[in-house]
Write a protein that binds this ligand. Structure first.
Ligand SMILES: Cc1cc2nc3c(=O)[nH]c(=O)nc-3n(C[C@H](O)[C@H](O)[C@H](O)COP(=O)(O)OP(=O)(O)OC[C@H]3O[C@@H](n4cnc5c(N)ncnc54)[C@H](O)[C@@H]3O)c2cc1C
Length: 290
């Protein structure tokens, strides 16, 4: 049966997330095609929560692991373009690959994706953005799938994408998405992408075990400023540290556990609240058993 042969039991998750921490997932599935995924979900008899995973660049999986099924979308990554110039990407495609695909077809508007180290699925979930654009600006619609293997299409309006959030029920996992773009010059697109990459190297820690921005900005504040003003730059807990370069980033500096990282985040939230009265909200998703 497809359902059982595809499933891996007690899968170690730490090397599948950027932080490099966390326990095992009770079950793990890495579908290699849409049909694979649909038939697994239709046949699945396990009464356990299901959680989609992309590139693991915005997530902490707790040390005690996840008592459910993690569906890893990273093999569903085909990208194509139709005669009208609409780009379709499966949701396990890396954002940067979609940016390069658009450039190769002289399509502009997707350059910002070059700097986001996640997948299209994670990008839609988080309405990821950078350098003046966000997923909301380029997405036309997405085909999603639920735990019963039912497919449904949602327009960008249906999703109500906002700063790092969407309003769609958690029961839906993103499978493939269609993006709009305009015709552009390959050279100009390449130039813009190069500038984005350079600029990120200057402002963010690179080559580190991190989850990107830890907390969301508020309407009237930048999370990093509150963290800095509350004396948290460089703060450590176990093997985890608040980056000196960008203090809204937590780094797994020295064999941190997921608990070290989560606790450091909570210490920062407390210090910021005591100093400014503002409650920081986690941007990073935290998953698993306590
Ligand atoms: C160095 C660094 C720099 C970063 N810079 C930026 C930036 O500039 N802008 C920005 O917005 N973010 C940034 N991030 C955060 C992160 O890269 C984005 O949020 C990214 O879109 C997450 O994608 P992912 O595939 O890694 O998602 P994951 O971390 O795997 O998952 C994040 C969330 O998305 C959900 N998800 C993943 N795939 C699917 C799917 N197919 N269907 C439904 N839900 C899904 C997961 O369940 C989880 O809730 C940065 C992170 C790092 C480490």
């Amino acid at each position: 049966m497809i359902s059982t042969t595809l499933l891996v039991e007690n899968k170690k998750m730490s090397n599948l997330t950027w932080f490099g921490v966390g326990g095992c997932s009770k079950y793990y599935l890495q579908p290699s095609s849409e049909e694979n995924l649909v038939s697994f979900l239709k046949d699945n008899q396990l009464d356990l929560p299901i959680y989609p995973l992309g590139a693991g660049s915005n997530i902490i999986i707790r040390d005690l692991g996840f008592n459910g099924i993690i569906i890893h979308f990273n093999k569903l990554k085909e990208i194509f373009i139709d005669k009208q110039g609409i780009i379709t990407a499966y949701c396990g495609a890396m954002d940067a690959d979609v940016a390069r695909f658009a450039r190769n077809h002289s399509k502009t508007g997707l350059e910002f994706l070059i700097g986001i180290p996640g997948t299209i699925g994670g990008g839609i979930k988080m309405n990821s953005g950078a350098y003046g654009s966000e997923i909301k600006n380029i997405l036309i619609d997405v085909t999603a799938i639920n735990k019963n293997g039912i497919l449904k299409s949602f327009t960008v309006k249906d999703l109500q994408l906002d700063y790092r959030t969407n309003k769609l029920s958690h029961e839906w996992m993103f499978l493939k998405a269609r993006f709009k773009s305009s015709n552009g010059s390959k050279e100009q697109i390449q130039k813009k992408m190069k500038e984005i990459i350079q600029s990120r190297k200057m402002s963010q820690p690179t080559g580190q075990k991190t989850g990107g921005s830890t907390f969301m900005n508020g309407k009237n504040f930048k999370a990093w400023e509150l963290i800095d003003n509350s004396g948290c730059r460089g703060l450590k807990n176990g093997g985890a540290v608040i980056s000196n370069k960008h203090c809204n980033f937590i780094i797994n500096e020295n064999n941190a556990t997921a608990t070290d990282i989560e606790t450091l985040g909570e210490i920062v939230r407390k210090k910021v609240f005591e100093k400014t009265g503002k409650k920081l909200k986690w941007e990073i998703k935290i998953v698993g058993e306590k």
